[in-house]
Design a protein around this ligand. Structure first.
Ligand code: ATP
Ligand code: MG
Length: 214
């Protein structure tokens, strides 16, 4: 699992590893996230995609109850472990849990750049998230310092505001969302085709999503 390692030597290599950061609440992580990450990695020749689990997704936590961050991280970590065993270059990052407090992508990118000078980071977002980039914390810094790789989401079209460095990446449209999975669990509908196997086990063990979120 990837965290911020302050003991890492600050050595800049001539050839940086290109890493995609896919940040999210992952409540829960689902097959749509995995397919998007894998396809962007292939299309952009990324060395890896790191799933960055939000500690406090501040734009959501005022609207609904969020599953505790350590449980969401565990779901992502187990998914990445199984994906790597199947040859996918995916890993989990706990950098935002280590930082604590509200999770801001600008802070995360700055922190990861400091911790991993041998890496070059691009941020992967779905089209719905791209449309909201102007509302993100420190949006002006993001606009000037970060490249975004955007994947389309069916039913959730969106375009990044002017000025952001954005590249659209061809990806199969996968109509799966965590919102729909939470609703299906609450309504006792099957979800196993939408989430990695380890995630179903954790949802059952922690009795997640059984009650309607306030
Ligand atoms: P929720 O419905 O609770 O918002 P979500 O399915 O959108 O959950 P998030 O954790 O909010 O999942 O998403 C993290 C990132 O992954 C966002 O950039 C989002 O746009 C992207 N994403 C989520 N689902 C898909 C999908 N099916 N295809 C492509 N990108 C996706
Ligand atoms: Mg979302």
């Amino acid at each position: 699992m990837i965290g911020s390692d302050p003991t890492r030597a600050p050595r800049r290599l001539a050839t940086q590893r290109h890493i995609g950061l896919l940040g999210g609440t992952f409540d829960p992580i689902h097959v749509g996230h995995v397919i998007a990450a894998q396809r962007v990695a292939e299309a952009e020749s990324l060395r890896q995609v790191w799933f960055v689990v939000a500690n406090d997704p501040w734009q959501k936590s005022s609207c609904r109850t969020i599953t505790p961050a350590p449980i969401r991280l565990e779901m992502v970590r187990k998914t990445c472990d199984a994906s790597r065993a199947a040859g996918l270059p995916l890993d989990a990052s706990e950098v935002e849990l280590q930082a604590g407090g509200p999770s801001y992508t600008a802070d995360t990118v700055r922190r990861l750049r400091g911790d991993h000078p041998d890496c070059r980071f691009s941020v992967i977002v779905g089209s719905d998230a791209a449309a909201g980039l102007g509302t993100w914390h420190d949006a002006e810094w993001l606009r000037h310092h970060v490249e975004f790789l955007v994947v389309a989401r069916p039913g959730l079209p969106g375009t990044a505001p002017a000025g952001f460095r954005v590249r659209e990446v061809e990806c199969p449209l996968v109509q799966i969302s965590s919102t729909d999975i939470r609703r299906r669990v609450r309504d006792h509908l099957p979800v196993r085709h939408l989430i990695p196997p380890a995630v179903s086990g954790l949802i059952a063990a922690h009795r997640l999503y059984v009650a309607p979120s306030p």
